[in-house]
Ligand binder design. Structure first.
Ligand SMILES: O=P(O)(O)O[C@@H]1C[C@H](O)[C@@H](CO)O1
Ligand SMILES: O=c1cc[nH]c(=O)[nH]1
Length: 300
């Protein structure tokens, strides 16, 4: 497949002289030929995303090591002055924190998608490395998402635009997901599976938990809901997959969601891991995605 530069899906961008990517504090001057942005970011091939700044710092350190790009210099958060998100650049990879949930992630995603367009990146791939609640799987299992399901158990993302309900399909790139799975199976000593992912608007009631500040349903209702999810092939629940898959698909950029499960929701609601267990689990998506990136950069 020939490589291509992301075009996105907004004709107004072509008419803009400059574009200030406000939340990551990157100013794109003369956006039609932004040579400075091309020089700084034109080599980016992978944009990795995850909830927290610390995790993305750890990911950047890990990638720097396995890609043999550690020059001993301090890793710099290039968006620190934006006061919202953290962005680290490790050679051709950006590692970016997106916060909790679709609304915070979508702001960052719009700006990063525009960044790779202005920088003329060749066929960049966006990958979320997250945590999630498992549905019928052993904690620690890594789920590579096939399709995203929303809180109504529909394989779509719904967004209000100009007072109207706009519904877009929520599917991840099939080939990318299969490639990630194939690579993972060849080197991971833990379970890595393909499954559908439900993205909830809320960690508590939206994910059918019994331990939120409010809950108007019974344990039997919760279990029936989780069973319904399982029957739809959903193997994990997090808070970003539908927005992430639908926006990237809509603008023609390949994306994948690789999340470790911290618990099996069929057995409870509380996340009760030790610090060491959590670190071990969070490392798993690093290894799945890191090895994939390494082999892709080597042309395998
Ligand atoms: O990448 P993270 O671990 O932030 O993803 C999940 C989904 C929510 O953002 C958050 C809820 O605890 O964790
Ligand atoms: O159960 C969980 C665990 C992590 N993240 C979620 O969104 N849900």
């Amino acid at each position: 497949m020939p490589e291509s530069i992301p075009i996105l899906k907004n004709p107004h961008l072509d008419a803009m002289e400059n574009d200030y990517l406000y939340h990551i504090n990157i100013n794109v001057v003369n956006s039609r030929s932004a040579t400075d942005i091309e020089r700084r970011f034109g080599d980016v091939k992978f944009v990795c995303l995850g909830g927290t700044k610390n995790r993305m710092f750890a990911l950047a350190k890990y990638l720097r090591h396995i890609l043999q790009l550690d020059n001993g210099e301090e890793l710099v958060d290039i968006s620190e002055s934006g006061n919202r998100y953290a962005v680290y650049k490790v050679g051709p990879v950006l590692c970016c924190s997106h916060g909790v949930g679709m609304s915070t992630m979508s702001v960052l995603l719009h700006e990063l998608l525009k960044l790779v367009r202005y920088a003329k990146c060749q066929d960049p791939v966006f990958i979320r490395l997250g945590t999630s609640g498992g549905v019928g799987v052993t904690p620690g299992t890594v789920v590579i998402s096939k399709d995203g399901y929303n809180g109504y158990l529909r394989n779509e993302h719904e967004v209000a635009i100009l007072g109207k309900r706009v519904v877009r399909p929520a599917n991840f790139d099939e080939k990318l997901a299969n490639d990630l799975l194939r690579h993972a199976k060849s080197h991971c000593g833990y379970d890595v599976i393909m499954g559908n992912t439900m993205a909830a608007e809320c960690f508590y009631e939206g994910q059918g938990r019994l331990d939120g500040a409010s809950c108007d349903y019974s344990e039997a209702d919760k279990m029936a809901f989780l069973q319904q999810l399982y029957e739809k092939g959903v193997r994990n629940i997090e808070m970003e997959a539908t927005m992430f898959s639908s926006l990237t698909k809509h603008v023609g950029v390949r994306a994948a969601d690789v999340c470790v499960t911290l618990l099996n929701r069929l057995h409870g609601d509380q996340v009760n891991l030790t610090k060491e267990q959590k670190e071990d689990f969070e490392q798993r998506p690093f290894s799945v995605v890191g090895e994939y990136i390494k082999s892709s950069l080597c042309g395998n």
